[in-house]
Write a new protein. Structure first.
Length: 229
């Protein structure tokens, strides 16, 4: 529902409630306003409450302007991913974000989540909370030994002077996990496999296939160092 409509509903609801109030005992003090009978006064009051509640509900659920959308997120998922994995809207998403759940048993990777955030700060805070980089002491995610050790670092693509995002890699509960951010599009990519025989293919997939696609001219933003997870 457009925001202007919601505001109009709130205004009309307030006017009706005021009219019902004036039509009650208060009207005795306002001699120029006739007293309203009880039945129509109740109807007006109920209608006012409904309009006011509807307008307030619409405002509270109004999507953030220019915020992430599922269609926007889908446009950033590489065709190679959607061709080999079954992707659908995730059952749950972080507040203010949208997520796609991609999976296919026996494929590499087995599970992937693409999550788009409204800004780079909330994206980075989520990555920090989920990966606890301070617990991943390594500085590379190029070999399976780096995953076993637990590592995290900033990364770049073609231009070594431009930081595109942060990546954390580790092994948890028997699963090999990579979680990285893309500061150009405010996207977190979470991928994992449980079969160690596919570790080499998984590392190649993370590096060569998984990266979100989009306008190559978009400059990566810098997350606030004080962003709370």
């Amino acid at each position: 529902m457009p925001l202007v409509v919601e505001i109009i509903l709130i205004v009309i609801g307030c006017v009706l409630l005021v009219a019902a109030l004036i039509g009650s005992g208060i009207s005795r003090r306002l001699m120029t306003i006739p007293k309203m009978h009880r039945a129509p006064r109740v109807i007006v009051a109920i209608l006012g409450v409904l309009l006011l509640a509807g307008g307030m509900w619409g405002v509270s659920t109004e999507p953030e302007e220019n915020g992430p959308t599922l269609a926007g997120l889908k446009a950033h998922i590489p065709p190679a991913v959607t061709a080999s994995l079954v992707c659908a809207e995730a059952a749950e998403s972080p507040k203010g974000a949208v997520s796609m759940d991609c999976s296919n048993e026996g494929m590499v990777p087995e599970k992937v989540w693409y999550t788009m955030f409204p800004d780079v700060h909330s994206m980075h805070a989520y990555w920090v909370k989920q990966t606890a980089p301070e617990r991943q002491p390594g500085t590379e995610c190029n070999k399976i030994d780096d995953y076993k050790k637990g590592s995290h670092h900033e990364y770049y693509l073609d231009d070594a002077s431009v930081t595109v995002g942060d990546i954390a890699c580790y092994v948890s509960g028997g699963s090999t996990v990579a979680v990285y951010t893309d500061r150009r599009f405010n996207i977190v990519v979470w991928a994992e496999i449980s079969n160690p025989k596919h570790s080499s293919d998984f590392l190649t997939w993370v590096q060569d296939t998984s990266q979100p696609i989009g306008d190559s001219d978009v400059a990566p933003a810098t997350p606030s160092p004080t962003a709370e997870p």
